[in-house]
Design a protein. Structure first.
Length: 94
């Protein structure tokens, strides 16, 4: 007997929406993974392109801080999503 979650992911894959669901989970996971850094600063995840998470940053110092903690944030996002959904973060000044 198969677990319900595996049946659901199979159905999502067949419907062609698995990638969109994974991207949505990744955007939500960024806030948890970046924690206080994202919440207080106004950094907002914009989208996922391939395995790159695009993050809107209101300032250059914040973008630098995210770059310095990139490995830690990527690891946490992938742990939360239970698979390697991103391998890079690109900060875009807004």
């Amino acid at each position: 007997m198969r677990h319900l979650s595996s049946l659901l992911f199979d159905a999502l894959r067949r419907a062609g929406v698995e990638r969109g669901v994974a991207a949505s989970q990744t955007l939500s996971a960024f806030h948890i993974a970046a924690g206080r850094l994202a919440d207080a600063s106004g950094a907002r995840p914009r989208c996922v392109e391939g395995k790159t998470l695009i993050v809107d940053c209101p300032s250059a110092p914040l973008a630098q801080e995210i770059r310095m903690r990139e490995g830690e944030i990527i690891s946490r996002v992938n742990t939360i999503c239970k698979k390697a959904v991103i391998d890079r973060i690109r900060c875009v000044l807004r």
